[in-house]
Ligand binder design. Structure first.
Ligand code: ADP
Length: 284
């Protein structure tokens, strides 16, 4: 019993379902079984957060997990596009059904609910917060091992709502050498610290380009700083990714699931290890 129960007339005779101060579960919440909720954050936009979220989902799916992505980047949603998921969303008595990508990744995004995919979202913070909460309460995911939440960049309303009210098990931070240089990533790391879910690790995207002819590594934004930053912030470093035109071409064609990258496979495995390590820590 919590402290609030001491003054309640139903104390001792209640269940979670009948508790007057416990919010009632929606049909979708009763039907969903989600093992781990993972938020993907970045300090600033354009570092490749959505692409990395998409590829993490692909990598975890290749490892045999059932994965979903909640696109919470409400004003700049790109997840349906990179997976080639379009069309009308269906509604069942259990809630709004998250459509599946070609390889079975379940996806929900505001872009799947607006009339035209290029319709802008011109809403203020409180409405956007309501939409995010409704996504949590009314989307039917079924059984998932991992639900990845693609957060908008920065430390605004949506990241606050998600970290405050969703049962987030852990956070992945995505950055790039330029963003690491001006320290915006540290703001995101500090913000997570205020809400206490573990940070599974930092991924440094766009760390270098590989010359297609001589295979030389060219660090166009200067020396990658991800590992050093992760060490300074006492969080794991999950790995670095090159700038790869193939990723852009496949994402633009809605075929991110065809992208092959040994570096990404490794990052997916590292993430899975970190999830397991934190799960075991929680049990102790
Ligand atoms: P964010 O979610 O951080 O705003 P996106 O994932 O939408 O960033 O990526 C922004 C642009 O950069 C997209 O056109 C995407 O295809 C491209 N991009 C992301 N990561 C890479 C990469 N490793 N190599 C090449 N292009 C990339």
């Amino acid at each position: 019993m919590s402290e609030a129960c001491n003054s309640c007339s139903a104390a001792g005779t209640c269940t979670t379902e009948s508790c007057p101060s416990e919010p009632k579960k929606t049909e979708a919440q009763k039907a969903n079984h989600i093992n781990k909720v993972i938020a993907v954050m970045s300090g600033k936009g354009g570092v490749g957060k959505s692409s990395v979220t998409g590829m993490l989902a692909v990598s975890l799916t290749r490892q045999g997990y059932k994965v979903g992505i909640l696109d919470a980047d409400i004003t700049g949603p790109s997840i349906p596009k990179i997976f080639g998921v379009t069309g009308k969303v269906e509604v069942s008595p259990a809630g709004i059904i998250a459509p599946k990508s070609r390889d079975g990744i379940k996806i929900m995004s505001l872009n799947l609910l607006v009339a035209q995919e290029d319709d802008p979202v011109i809403w203020r913070g409180p409405i956007i917060t309501q939409i995010i909460n409704q996504f949590w309460k009314d989307v039917y995911w079924g059984n998932l091992d991992y639900l990845l939440i693609d957060l908008p960049p920065g430390t605004g309303d949506v990241p606050i709502t998600v970290l405050q009210t969703f049962p987030v098990d852990g956070v992945v931070i995505v950055s790039s050498p330029q963003a690491l240089a001006n320290m915006v990533v540290r703001k995101a790391i500090k913000m997570v610290g205020k809400y206490s879910p573990p940070i599974y690790g930092l991924i440094e995207n766009m760390a270098y380009v590989e010359c297609p002819d001589c295979k030389k590594r060219i660090e166009i934004f200067g020396k990658p700083k991800g590992e050093e930053e992760a060490h300074r912030s006492s969080i794991p470093f999950l790995g670095e990714l090159a700038i790869d035109p193939e990723l852009v071409a496949l994402s633009d064609a809605g075929k991110i699931e065809d992208y092959q990258s040994a570096a990404f496979d490794l990052i997916g495995l590292q993430l899975d290890d970190q999830i397991q390590i934190n799960h075991d820590k929680k049990k102790i």
